[in-house]
Design a protein around this ligand. Structure first.
Ligand SMILES: [Fe+2]
Ligand SMILES: [Fe+2]
Length: 240
């Protein structure tokens, strides 16, 4: 296995390159927030942890993260179920894990740095409105649209298709709304640039917001440009 990370890397650097490392650090009680400038080896020694175990775990997780990005499936021809399961497992699960974690981080930097960075009040507000909207959006997809599409795949009918298409229009509007909030977030954070007086938590929060943006763009791309058009193209399929 190719070792990407070593114990000589600083904790902060590992997190910047691979934010999911936070989960591992949390698991082993490694301080990634205020102790981020230290080499990982130092923190491991302090906690009496085996270097090999933690490094191997980090590298393994990084490998599987990379594999999950390079999927070879052609989504234009894959089954609806396969496409939907992929979206839910990759993008919905990501949001379900990251939104609460990011909510805490966004509050934390507002509390610590809000006095000197007034834009953090706006970041907090925008993030939380995005979070609320996304949470109901995911429910709408998982409980209403996706089951209809899977049902249609097994037993196609014009009624089912029409219902699905109606929900798709609503969801597309919600995607546009989420995109607008992301644009505003990017603008007020100066492209997620941490100010010189920002701490590790500050840059971690911005890094994670930046990732949220990338993941959402990919997610919306899969729905708006692949899944939804495949159904929209069937509009005439039931007219004889
Ligand atoms: Fe979705
Ligand atoms: Fe969506």
């Amino acid at each position: 296995m190719n070792h990407i990370f070593s114990s000589a890397d600083t904790i902060g650097n590992i997190v910047v390159n691979f934010p999911k490392a936070i989960d591992t650090f949390k698991e082993y009680n490694i301080d990634f927030c205020c102790g981020g400038h230290r080499p990982l080896a130092e923190a491991l020694k302090e906690q009496n942890l085996s270097e090999a175990t933690v490094i191997d775990k980090l590298n393994e997780e990084y490998e599987s993260f990379k594999d999950s990005i390079h999927s070879e499936i052609d989504w234009r021809t894959a089954s609806y179920s396969q496409l939907i399961d992929y979206i839910v497992q990759k993008h919905h699960t990501y949001l379900q894990n990251e939104l609460p974690a990011l909510g805490q981080l966004v509050s934390k930097i507002l509390r610590v740095h809000g006095e000197h960075h007034i834009e953090l009040t706006k970041v907090h507000k925008l993030f939380n409105s995005l979070r609320t909207e996304l949470e109901s959006h995911l429910i709408k997809e998982e409980e209403i649209l996706f089951p209809k599409i899977k049902q249609y795949e097994k037993d196609p009918s014009p009624e089912l298709l029409n219902k699905a298409l109606k929900t798709i229009t609503e969801l597309e509007n919600e995607h546009t709304g989420a995109g607008d909030v992301l644009k505003e977030l990017r603008r007020i954070t100066d492209q997620y640039m941490t100010p010189p007086d920002g701490c590790t938590t500050y840059s971690l929060t911005y890094q994670k917001l930046y990732e949220l943006e990338s993941d959402l763009f990919q997610h919306i791309h899969m729905e708006n440009n692949i899944l939804f058009p495949r159904l929209q193209a069937l509009k005439g399929a039931h007219t004889h």
